[in-house]
Write a protein that binds this ligand. Structure first.
Ligand code: C2E
Ligand code: CA
Ligand code: CA
Length: 531
């Protein structure tokens, strides 16, 4: 595996080969890239990755001196030649030396005067990071495509097979990149195991080819190695407006590719401006959420949960954030962000629970048996301290435990069943009821239904949505309701928006209902029509 500019050089010197016993190709810094020998004479010591001076240093002193002169002295008999065809190619210097009656042809990558070539990566001969950015500035493309490639677990390759092998792998990747991205305007090495390819046309097909070619393991210094790569790409002006932005976009797509599930088929390497905006927004909200907690920018709304006669039997507390900088932010957006910082979600979750309990406890006695259902994040539920927090809140607010329902998701029980069971038992002992939220969309394991003491299954809105038009969704709702009845659990259907859905669910035996059809989340006073 050698890079294609070396291959080009190879073909150029093939005619000179009969004159030489050994041909050594080395990088600008004298690192050996490739050795070709008509005999095995001395070449065992000349391995890819080693420095040519080190090899010659093993000879007698005067000889070492003369080689060093040869390599360092610009006025020596180096022959400068330009690698044909490729803009990014190195200039090379050629020299011959006779050692112990053997003819050596030394071919070394040479720093030429052009600024572009001032920072060439010695191993691959590619522009390195600084030169890449210089070149990117120079390229005035009306449209373009940037692709970044990052070798997966390259460190492991180095550690397992050795540096020389790692170097071969890198050169192999470069060689493949040249072969596949034929029209590339720049191929550069950005870092240890990261490469960037810039062109002026779409590379979708090339990237597919690149990935497919990487898929087969390669022999490298006698070892069979499988190389995997992460890829990110970005096209401009389709998704961004400048080449620099396209580079940033490709780096973003690369990170998204790294973060995506490895087992996912057809992982996406293409930059998505939608994802990018989401990421920027998430970043912004992440920075705002801490100060917003201190500024009390959060409040609760309540959505009614009704029985078959549309009487309100409970309310679900739903958190809202009215950001002083971003305006209203949906909990579907900010809760996952808050969950990334345990301190944030623990503070918010505890606040919501306290607020909900005190709001309900303060209702007039005519609402004396109204229940409140509060969402509990897995982060909260997994903390042993949660139990004491709930106890303290009930004591402080004076709400009786049987008026509190906690909504948890299936995942929290499946991920740590032992701790989950213990937490549930303690909560139940206090008199609190437990609902499984978004039932049916999480885990397929149903065994937890028999292992844990639960009270309610909340049928996810996605099944309710098409209950009238889809026989399958109707069957799923019927099964969940039937199963709840048999397990002596209650079922609450979520997201009901129409009379038809309500009627269909009633017919299936569902006993409690929630959705815009009965009332949107609203201020408690308005919902209960309190004066
Ligand atoms: P969820 O617990 O499944 O809450 C139901 C969501 O569906 C609420 O969205 C509610 O407004 C919405 N919804 C109810 N009925 C209908 C309907 O008929 N049509 C439509 N289109 N939507 C309906 P919301 O308030 O935006 O909350 C989104 C999610 O954020 C909640 O989903 C819950 O997972 C989370 N969340 C909200 N408040 C809290 C909280 O205090 N703590 C935690 N940990 N999560 C919360
Ligand atoms: Ca809920
Ligand atoms: Ca839900």
């Amino acid at each position: 595996m050698i890079s294609s500019n070396i291959l080009t050089i190879n073909s150029w010197i093939r005619s000179a080969a009969p004159l030489a016993d050994v041909i050594v190709i080395c990088s600008t810094k004298g690192q050996v890239l490739c050795v070709q020998s008509s005999s095995e004479f001395h070449t065992a010591e000349l391995k890819s990755g080693m420095f040519i001076l080190d090899m010659f240093k093993s000879y007698k002193e005067p000889l070492t001196q003369s080689i060093e002169d040869l390599l360092n002295n610009q006025k020596s008999n180096w022959l400068t030649m330009n690698c044909p065809g490729k803009e990014h190619a190195l200039d090379w210097r050629l020299s011959t030396v006779v050692i112990e009656n053997k003819n050596y042809i030394l071919l070394q990558g040479h720093h030429c005067n052009r600024q572009l070539h001032s920072e060439l990566d010695p191993l691959t001969g590619l522009p390195s990071r600084d030169a890449f950015f210089e070149k990117l500035k120079e390229l005035a493309l009306p449209s373009g495509y940037v692709c970044v490639v990052d070798i997966r677990k390259f460190k492991d390759i180095n550690q397992t097979y050795g540096i020389a092998c790692g170097n071969e792998v890198l050169n192999g990747i470069v060689s493949l990149a040249y072969r596949v991205f034929k029209q590339a305007r720049i191929i550069a090495r950005l870092g240890d195991d990261q490469f960037c390819i810039v062109g002026d046309s779409s590379y979708t097909e090339e990237i597919k080819q690149f990935i497919a070619d990487l898929d087969s393991p390669v022999y490298c210094l006698g070892q069979l190695i499988k190389v995997d790569a992460y890829i990110g790409s970005c096209a401009f002006p389709e998704t961004v407006s400048t080449l620099n932005e396209a580079f940033e976009g490709a780096m973003f797509a690369l990170q998204a590719y790294k973060d995506s599930d490895e087992n996912q088929l057809n992982r996406n390497w293409q930059f998505s401006s939608n994802d990018y905006r989401k990421k920027l927004r998430a970043q912004k909200l992440k920075d705002l959420i801490g100060p917003a907690i201190n500024k009390n920018e959060f409040y609760l709304l309540y959505q009614p949960i009704v029985d078959a006669d549309k009487n309100i039997v409970a309310v679900e507390a739903l958190m809202r954030w009215n950001s002083s900088e971003e305006g209203p932010v949906s909990p579907a957006e900010f809760i996952p962000i808050a969950e990334n910082n345990p301190q944030h979600i623990l503070t918010l979750g505890s606040w919501a629970l306290r607020r909900a309990c005190s709001d309900i406890a303060a209702l007039p006695s005519s609402w004396g048996d109204l229940k409140v259902s509060v969402n509990v994040s897995p982060v909260q539920f997994k903390k042993p301290e949660f139990l004491q927090d709930v106890r303290d809140i009930l004591r402080l607010t004076g709400l009786s435990a049987n008026r509190l329902q906690l909504e948890i998701t299936e995942g929290v029980l499946v991920s740590n069943p032992k701790a989950g069971a213990l937490m549930l038992t303690r909560l139940k002992e206090m008199g609190i009821t437990i609902a499984i939220d978004d039932f049916g969309i999480g885990y397929s394991s149903l065994s937890y239904l028999k292992d844990f003491s639960l009270d309610t299954l909340k049928i996810d809105k996605s099944f309710v949505d098409d209950i009238v038009s889809s026989k399958k969704n109707n069957a799923i709702c019927a099964s969940i309701i039937d199963m709840s009845n048999r397990l002596v659990l209650k079922s609450t259907a979520e997201g009901i928006e129409s009379l038809d859905q309500f009627s269909a669910l009633k017919e299936l035996g569902c006993k409690s209902f929630q959705g815009y059809f009965f009332g949107k989340p609203q201020v408690l006073k308005d919902l209960l029509k309190l004066g």
